[in-house]
Design a protein around this ligand. Structure first.
Ligand code: COA
Length: 156
């Protein structure tokens, strides 16, 4: 497996929009849309804040997408807004590897923390995030648990 990020361009945006999660994974604030990555592209455009949507490739296959932002300013608070691996490619280690790559990327862009949200019932997401060093902040957003990693700290 050789994962890499690619920007979304006129050549790959249809493929990105067509990626899907399992029906039971749509019971989640950020995945209620039938086209979650189309929402990411629209929200990145509308909300700004240094938003970026990245396609995740394993060799030549697009396996998922990440939408994050890093608002300008000295706080360096990056947010992973939406993160998905297509249902055909889940459970093969892509999610863990892509998250580790994103952590390194936002660190390089000056982020001091990376935050995200997950539904209390999303046990796969929770296990992945806690295993990577994210910790719940005690806050909630749209009924979801907010978790954060300090990028000054080491992580597994
Ligand atoms: C969360 C998500 C991105 C993980 O992607 P993935 O490529 O399947 O993740 P990985 O293969 O790297 O697995 C990560 C961990 O979850 C576990 N896992 C993955 N799929 C699982 C499943 N269906 N059941 C139980 N555990 C599972 C893996 O065993 C692994 O744990 P380990 O490293 O301790 O062995 C993917 O499940 C997804 O897109 N879910 C729907 C959208 C979502 O929930 N996004 C995140 C919340 S906003």
């Amino acid at each position: 497996m050789v994962l890499r990020f690619e920007d979304i361009t006129h050549e790959n945006y249809h493929e990105c929009i067509d990626l899907e999660v399992f029906p039971e994974q749509k019971d989640c604030f950020y995945f209620r849309s039938s086209k979650p990555n189309m929402m990411s592209l629209a929200e990145a455009y509308v909300f700004g804040n240094n938003s970026k949507v990245l396609a995740i490739y394993d060799d030549d296959t697009m396996v998922g997408a990440m939408f994050y932002n890093l608002p300008p300013g000295p706080e360096g608070r990056a947010w992973l807004v939406r993160f998905m691996v297509d249902r055909r490619y889940q459970g093969k280690g892509h999610g863990r590897k892509a998250l580790a790559m994103l952590i390194e990327r936002v660190k390089g862009e000056g982020a001091k923390t990376l935050s995200l949200c997950y539904e209390p019932h999303n046990k796969v997401g929770e296990k992945l995030y806690l295993g990577m060093g994210f910790r719940p902040t005690g806050e909630e957003s749209e009924g979801q648990i907010v978790a954060r990693i300090d990028l000054g700290a080491s992580h597994p």
